[in-house]
Design a protein around this ligand. Structure first.
Ligand code: COA
Length: 536
């Protein structure tokens, strides 16, 4: 057994032992109770006033980008609180009066962002304590992750003395698409040497996925990816070294966040295993958590150790734990986002039998393969359903060469109306638990209204529906985004689409086994977040 695995198992023994014997774990209620007072954690996302310590006039400096984010969001009316730049060298920054230290600010300060070199951070915490600051986001690197535990402990102790909650250090902090908090020091645009301006780190639109990341760099890249894929987010949290606030506490907070429907979690290690297990087990009963856990191989674990100083531990240990508590593991980045989008947009499946409707034979076969490989059934339709298709053929509504045994292949003669007819039939079939649309836009009679017709039928069912259109040019982008306007997650490959459906099947089974499928479905269908997604 490797040294790191031994350490991991040792640190998690009380939790992991029952898993090996398949015994239901008990929930440590005290952990959850500890996190029940959100009043301070909420200030990371929704402060009435925030100061940026190390705000700078110099473009390209982290303190410049962060303060500019707040100034711009305030100007646009998105961030509604007070903002204070702190820097002893300046009188004003971006038109806002600048203060030499936190103690000189006249009003109250709920939150601070610290973006000064590490050696100054303890003094900033002393000032923050004197000023009565509630929460601090420490962007600065150079603490525990490089072995400087002494400095990290020093700020931890000062923070504890004054009751300041800390996110980081060594993190990107928070982006909240609803409140306009944006502590990311990565500029949204970059000016090329040619003078052209390019979007570099876009901020995603409002949505209902929360992205929580141990790695700031992957977190930032994922914002770029999510924006490009037009996936909105509620919150982004990069927690870095976790000197105080851990992933468990953030998960607990997000469980009570009305804007968050699904949680995406990137981690390299979990340091407080018991807390994580206790909290995640509760959260997954009401919100799905998809995890991408890296550091799964020897080389990956070594890289993680030098990245965040974390002990990654054995894959098998994590996999067993995740599956026990209903956390969905993904094997790679694209699966992570595919299933995140599926879970945020669609309700879980009541069973594992799906129907595939396509106008593209080959991709329909690819989807069928992918389903079977993931344990999803694509069973032959019942006689009743097959007869309904046959009747439509007799009436001339469907061509007689349409395949209607599952998959339904409408062929290259497909029309928008045929998709609607096929949808109506499979939605009415009680043996079908989910629907996969492989709707390629290339065939001649397909117009964009085929999506609207599918969307209309989808709005009347609680069965999960996912869609695929293959292509990287205009019409494919348009069709996929049109599906998503109806709350139907759409993907560029059959396999991606099936990953999303597999997650909805897996999560449905987990909820059923936990006796909370109906309550989850109820809250899914009635939640205000749902209005974003059209499935009313
Ligand atoms: N109070 C207020 N302002 C202070 C200060 C204090 N106690 N001490 C210094 N400052 C000011 C400086 O004067 C400077 O302002 P200026 O630009 O007007 O001169 C500003 O704060 C920043 O200090 P500077 O020394 O220029 O540092 P920097 O901007 O080069 O680097 C960090 C600061 C925090 C970005 C850097 O130390 C760091 O940690 N970088 C890595 C960050 C990272 O990767 N985090 C993890 C992400 S996942």
């Amino acid at each position: 057994m490797s040294d790191s695995l031994e350490r991991l198992i040792d640190s998690q023994k009380p939790i992991l032992t029952p898993i090996w014997f398949g015994i239901e774990m008990s929930i440590n209620k005290s952990t959850i109770k500890d996190y029940d007072d959100f009043s301070k954690v909420n200030l990371f996302f929704n402060p009435n006033s925030i100061a940026v310590v190390g705000a700078s006039k110099h473009i390209n400096k982290a303190g410049n980008v962060i303060f500019s984010n707040f100034a711009e969001n305030k100007r646009r009316g998105i961030f509604k609180g007070e903002i204070y730049p702190i820097n002893p060298k300046d009188e004003s920054i971006l038109g806002h009066r600048c203060y030499p230290s936190l103690t000189k600010v006249p009003g109250n300060i709920d939150a601070i962002v610290i973006v000064v070199p590490s050696k100054f951070v303890p003094d900033v915490f002393h000032d923050a304590g004197t000023k009565g600051v509630s929460v601090a986001i420490v962007i600065t690197a150079g603490f525990g992750e490089i072995g400087n535990d002494e400095l990290e402990n020093e700020i931890k102790n000062i923070a504890k003395e004054f009751g300041i909650r800390v996110l980081g250090p060594n993190c990107l902090g928070v982006f909240d698409s609803y409140t306009g908090v944006d502590t990311l020091f990565l500029p949204e645009t970059k000016v090329l040497k040619t003078g052209d301006v390019m979007v570099a780190t876009p901020r995603p639109m409002q949505g209902n996925i929360a992205m929580v990341s141990q790695s700031g760099a992957f977190g930032a890249a994922s914002l770029d990816y999510l924006t490009g894929r037009q996936i909105g987010i509620s919150k982004f949290v990069s927690f870095g070294n976790k000197a105080d606030v851990s992933e468990a506490e953030i998960l607990h907070y997000l469980n009570h966040d009305d804007n968050t429907r699904a949680i995406l979690l990137y981690i390299e290690s979990i340091t407080q295993g018991r807390q994580f297990m206790d909290v995640a087990k509760v959260v997954t009963k009401s919100k799905p958590i998809a995890v991408l856990k890296s550091g799964r191989t020897k080389a990956g674990a070594r890289a993680a150790e030098s990245h965040t100083g974390s002990i990654s531990g054995a894959s098998a240990v994590y996999d067993a734990a995740f599956s026990q508590i209903g956390v969905m593991k993904s094997d790679n980045m694209s699966e992570f986002f595919n299933i995140g989008k599926g879970l945020a947009f669609q309700p879980p499946a009541k069973g594992r039998n799906v129907a595939i409707i396509t106008d593209a034979g080959g991709p329909g076969v690819m989807a069928s393969d992918a389903c079977e490989l993931r344990g999803i059934d694509v069973k032959l339709f019942s006689d009743e359903t097959i007869n309904k298709f046959e009747k439509l053929k007799k009436k001339g509504i469907l061509p007689n060469f349409v395949q209607n045994t599952n998959p339904v292949d409408l062929t290259g003669s497909a029309t928008s109306e045929m998709f609607e007819e096929a949808m109506n039939i499979v939605v009415a079939d009680n043996e079908i638990n989910g629907i996969i649309i492989i709707g390629l836009h290339h065939v001649p009679a397909i117009q964009e209204d085929f999506v609207d017709r599918i969307g209309k039928v989808a709005a009347g069912t609680i069965k999960p529906i996912v869609a695929c259109d293959i292509g990287e040019t205009e019409m494919a982008f348009y069709v996929r985004s049109r599906f998503e306007k109806f709350g139907i997650p759409a993907y560029p490959a059959p396999e991606d689409t099936v990953q999303a459906m597999a997650a909805l099947v897996w999560y449905g089974e987990y909820l059923k086994n936990s006796n909370c499928f109906d309550s989850y479905l109820d809250s899914f269908l009635t939640s205000s977040v749902n209005k974003v997604n059209m499935k009313k």
